[in-house]
Ligand binder design. Structure first.
Ligand code: C2E
Ligand code: CA
Ligand code: CA
Length: 659
């Protein structure tokens, strides 16, 4: 898969959940910070107020004590005064020597500490807040500590001194702290132990804020969770769509290539894998007969049937049209072949009344092969080697096939340029008469003189041209070369013999072939009887009426028409009955192979006999020995073409040899 495609898919699948998650976390974090800040500010203010109240009361107590004679103030009097407030707990008055001169407290505070510390001082009862010439800021330091303490309480209730807790009743202190207010009065020091209470009433606003924040958090959380679920769902849908095959509804090719690569990567030689391209033949004809929808339904059924045939750690997907890719595990090649045949059988059972044909290309996977697409391509190359009419056949890929494919691509890329640059050269192979054993004709054969590859024989490119249709242009070119050559020789006053050109079966799709050939030859004013047209017998099977009409027209125009390769492949004597032909070229195969020589010779003599009776001339091809020549002469074969007399040669050599 291309990098660009890979990137696009990644982008599509990118997890967009993360931004939402991060957003949610940030909002929750911000809410916590806001709540903590508000609470801290609120508590700081609250405690500040409480401390200030207690300080003011402590001052009042001091004033009260010294407005009377300190020594004579009774505990009851003070209690009476103190009872107006539940803040003041006890009072200790010290003289300038820090000697207690008055106290209603059970415990003696650490008087020595007073004055030493500037700010907060802690003893066993609580906090001592030293007053510094009415500088309340010093007290503020204390409440900072208390506020800090309160926050500590939220986490650890035991860290704060003198805390009493009661969560059951409202108005009962939630938190109380005992604080020593230290007031200097002339030479005296008054220590007032105050209770600082925080009640539920004080916290009502805090509760309100907390509830609001909680509600806000819940709303945000719900919103974000919903959007995260939404994104996750749509992502799942996108992924599903991305990996779904529209015809079968199963996994598609993209998923197959990705999952297949992973499967092969993780395999590490544990199993033997093979990539199979399985094709239902003539799927398009099926669609023409039964409809495209029915065709697609059939593919869906194939998919389901294939799924049943697939084992664990195997994989398959629909590729295109009626092609499937299968990644199968095998033990032996024979077992793999049997399995493919069984799979094909199971597919054939889907429509019992219709005989379906399948073909398969197999690529055995090496441990290092992981690119599913190129493996499938190899399997496809193997499958293509079977040709179009492959029925229930299996072909295995080998590296030579790959080379052949590369070669085909190269040929196709260069053929047109080569024609323009005249890289295709006319070679002539002489035909000798048996009677005089002298030149009596020639066959025009093409050679590609490639600037880099050098000499390329026709069997390396003619079959490719026949497949892609370029043969039409090449044959026209060769015919023109021959016509030109004959015209030149005629003009030079030389003896000319018929030269035959090959007419590929692909030409017989055009109705005006005879006129077309005529036009090319007539450009050079060459008598038609020096041009021979070699048709292959196989053309007879394509479009019989066109062939018959064309042959008749060509003969009427005065061309010589011969049947090439007679006896090779699907030979049919019937063709001789229906076609009036001038020359019969007996295929070289009759003269090959030691075992069948006698039988071959017998047939040759019969064919010669038959052709004679049909008033045809006989040319024997591929004659390499004197014995063959003698035999053919004896059988009254007219002409011989073969290496025994001469190989195909460039025109210049031909001219030199026969002048
Ligand atoms: P073909 O038309 O049957 O041509 C005869 C082939 O047999 C030639 O091969 C020739 O070189 C070869 N041959 C002749 N005598 C002997 C012999 O004694 N022994 C052996 N072993 N071979 C012999 P070539 O030139 O390689 O051509 C192969 C085929 O390529 C031709 O078979 C023909 O089908 C095709 N071809 C060549 N040129 C053209 C062309 O211009 N147009 C078309 N359509 N096909 C062509
Ligand atoms: Ca020929
Ligand atoms: Ca031939």
């Amino acid at each position: 898969m291309s990098n660009l495609k890979e990137k696009r898919i990644k982008k599509l699948k990118k997890k967009r959940i993360w931004p939402s998650m991060v957003g949610l976390c940030l909002i929750l974090f911000a809410l916590v910070i806001v709540v903590v800040a508000i609470l801290e500010m609120y508590f700081a203010d609250l405690i500040d107020k409480k401390l200030y109240d207690s300080y003011k009361l402590s001052n009042k107590v001091t004033e009260y004590m010294f407005s009377h004679d300190v020594h004579s103030v009774s505990e009851e009097e003070l209690n009476g005064f103190i009872e107006i407030s539940d803040i003041i707990d006890s009072v200790v008055v010290c003289d300038s020597n820090n000697e207690i001169i008055w106290s209603n407290c059970d415990i003696t505070p650490d008087i020595n500490a007073v004055g030493k510390y500037y700010g907060v001082y802690e003893d066993e009862l609580g906090l001592i807040i030293q007053e510094d010439e009415n500088n309340l800021f010093k007290i503020s330091k204390g409440y900072m500590y208390v506020a800090e303490g309160f926050i500590n309480i939220l986490f650890d209730k035991n860290t704060f001194l003198g805390i009493t807790e009661n969560y059951d009743k409202r108005d009962v202190p939630l938190i109380s702290a005992k604080i020593w207010n230290v007031i200097s009065y002339e030479d005296y020091t008054v220590l007032v132990l105050s209770d600082i209470y925080i009640t539920t009433n004080d916290l009502i606003i805090v509760y309100l804020i907390l509830v609001m924040m909680l509600l806000l958090t819940i709303v945000f959380a719900i919103y974000y969770v919903c959007s995260i679920i939404g994104i996750a769902r749509s992502q799942k849908r996108i992924t599903k769509l991305l990996y779904t095959d529209m015809v079968t509804g199963g996994y598609n090719w993209l998923y197959f290539t990705r999952k297949g690569s992973k499967l092969l990567k993780r395999n590490r030689g544990r199993f033997n894998y093979a990539m199979i391209k399985l094709r239902m033949e003539k799927y398009n004809s099926f669609c023409t007969c039964f409809g495209v929808r029915e065709g697609e339904e059939l593919i869906e059924k194939f998919y389901l049937a294939l799924k049943k045939n697939i084992k664990k750690k195997e994989f398959m997907a629909h590729n295109e049209q009626a092609d499937f890719g299968l990644l199968l595990i095998y033990d032996t090649i024979e077992e793999l072949e049997r399995r493919i045949i069984d799979i094909e059988k199971s597919l054939n059972n889907i429509l019992p009344n219709i005989k379906m044909y399948f073909s398969a290309g197999v690529c055995i996977i090496d441990n290092n092969d992981r690119d599913v697409n190129s493996l499938y391509n190899n399997a496809a190359i193997a499958r293509d080697m079977l040709g179009e009419d492959a029925d229930n056949k299996i072909a295995f890929f080998d590296i030579e096939m790959n080379k052949q494919q590369l070669w085909e691509r190269k040929v196709e890329n260069e053929m047109e340029k080569a024609l323009v640059k005249k890289e295709f050269k006319l070679y002539l192979q002489p035909k000798y008469s048996t009677k005089e054993e002298s030149l009596a004709g020639a066959e025009a054969l093409v050679r590609w003189i490639h600037p880099e590859e050098g000499f390329i024989p026709p069997n390396k490119f003619i079959p490719i041209f026949e497949k892609n249709g370029f043969i039409l242009q090449l044959d026209d070119y060769m015919l023109e070369q021959v016509a030109m050559q004959q015209a030149k020789w005629i003009e030079e006053g030389k003896d000319v013999f018929p030269i035959s050109v090959n007419v590929s079966r692909a030409h017989f799709t055009r109705e005006d072939l005879a006129e077309h050939i005529c036009k090319i030859v007539d450009k050079y004013n060459v008598p038609h009887n020096v041009i021979e047209l070699e048709l292959t017998e196989s053309a007879f099977f394509d479009d019989k009426p066109v062939l018959i009409r064309t042959v008749k027209a060509l003969r009427d125009y005065g061309f010589i028409v011969s049947m090439d390769d007679f006896g090779a492949g699907y030979s049919s004597l019937n063709s001789l009955k229906e076609l009036s032909i001038d020359v019969l070229k007996i295929d070289a195969d009759f003269f090959r192979g030691a075992d069948s020589v006698d039988r071959g010779m017998l047939i040759v003599s019969e064919v010669i006999d038959l052709a004679k009776k049909l008033d045809m001339k006989i040319v024997a091809e591929g004659i390499e020995s004197r014995e063959q020549v003698d035999f053919l002469t004896q059988q009254e074969c007219d002409l011989i073409q073969g290496y025994y007399f001469a190989k195909p040669m460039p025109v210049e050599e031909f001219e030199e040899k026969y002048n």
